[in-house]
Design a protein around this ligand. Structure first.
Ligand code: ATP
Ligand code: MG
Length: 250
C-alpha cells in the first residue's frame, strides 16, 4: 500500500530525514512517535508531497515517486503521477486547516467537486452522510468559527474521507485539543481503524498508539530508532532512547 525506501531530506544543509524506510500494508495503522524535532511531520509532508525528498523512493498504491540525488536536485515523477498519488491520500492536520469562509458542508464538498469533478448534489449527499457519521449532522450549515476544536477536527476528517482516500494521514490530530475533545477524535480514529482504513498517525497519545496501532515507529534525530508491533516498542524495548522517551509518559 505504502512503501518508503531510504528517504532523505535536508533543510538548508541540516539533515532532517536520514534514510527512512517503512512499509504500511492495506488496513494497517502505523503510529509514528518521537520527540519534537525528530522529523515526524517532515516525513508525513514528504509522503504526502507537500515537501520534496532529496533522495529515496516512495510508492503509494503502485505509483512511484522517484528521486535521484546524483543530480543534486530531486528528479520527480511526472506531474500526472503526483496528481494520482495525491488522490490516494487524505491528510488531517493538527490545526484543522478548514476554509474559514465556507460552511461545514462546503468544506467537505469543495475538493470532491473541484478536484474529482463530482456533481454538487452527489457530493452533498456524501458529505451529509460523512457529517452524520462524525456526529455533526446538525452542523452542516455552520461556519468553522462556530464549532469547538473537536468538532472542527471531525469536519476535517469528514473532508479527508470525502475524497475516498486509500490512506489517511494524521499529524498530531489531537494536540491542539483539551483532553475531553481529544477523546472524541481518538474515538473516530479507532472507529476508522475498526473499518480497516489504512492510516498513518503521528501522535503523542501513547495509550492510543499502543491500543490501535498495528505497527509503531519511534523516530529520533531524523532516524527510525525502533520499528515493530506496539507490544515490541512499548512492551519490551531494549533501546535506551525509546525507554527514555516513553518514561516521560508514565
Ligand atoms: P514536533 O513533534 O514538534 O511536531 P516533528 O518531529 O514533527 O516535531 P519536524 O517538524 O519534522 O519535527 O521538524 C524536524 C526538523 O526539521 C526540525 O529541526 C525543524 O526545525 C526542521 N524543519 C522542518 N520544516 C522545516 C522547513 N520548512 N525549513 C527549515 N527547517 C525545517
Ligand atoms: Mg510535527
Amino acid at each position: 500500500m505504502l512503501s518508503v525506501e531510504n528517504v532523505r531530506k535536508s533543510f538548508g544543509g541540516l539533515p532532517v530525514l536520514k534514510g527512512i524506510s517503512l512499509e504500511v500494508r492495506q488496513g494497517e495503522v502505523l503510529a509514528v512517535i518521537g520527540p519534537s524535532g525528530s522529523g515526524k511531520s517532515t516525513l508525513l509532508r514528504c509522503i504526502t508531497q507537500l515537501e520534496r525528498v532529496d533522495s529515496g523512493k516512495i510508492t503509494i498504491c503502485g505509483e512511484t515517486l522517484v528521486s535521484n540525488n546524483e543530480q543534486e536536485k530531486a528528479v520527480y515523477a511526472d506531474k500526472q503521477t503526483r496528481v494520482k498519488i495525491g488522490l490516494h491520500l487524505g491528510l488531517v492536520f493538527q490545526n484543522f486547516n478548514l476554509f474559514p469562509h465556507f460552511s461545514v458542508l462546503r468544506n467537505v464538498t469543495e475538493a470532491p467537486v473541484r478536484v474529482l469533478k463530482k456533481n454538487k448534489a452527489e457530493a452533498e449527499r456524501t458529505a451529509r452522510a460523512l457529517l452524520e457519521k462524525m456526529g455533526l449532522a446538525d452542523k452542516a450549515d455552520a461556519y468553522p468559527c462556530q464549532l469547538s476544536g473537536g468538532q472542527q477536527q471531525r469536519v476535517s476528517i469528514a473532508r479527508a474521507l470525502a475524497m475516498n482516500p486509500d490512506i489517511l494521514f494524521f499529524d498530531e490530530p489531537t494536540s491542539a485539543l483539551d483532553p475531553e475533545l481529544t477523546g472524541e477524535i481518538l474515538k473516530v480514529i479507532r472507529e476508522l481503524a475498526a473499518e480497516h482504513m489504512t492510516m498513518v498517525v503521528v501522535t503523542h497519545e501513547m495509550k492510543f498508539a499502543r491500543d490501535v496501532a498495528d505497527q509503531v515507529i519511534f523516530m529520533d534525530g531524523g532516524n527510525i530508532v525502533e520499528q515493530g508491533t506496539a507490544s515490541d516498542v512499548f512492551g519490551s524495548t531494549k533501546e535506551e532512547r525509546t525507554k527514555a522517551f516513553l518514561s516521560r509518559f508514565n
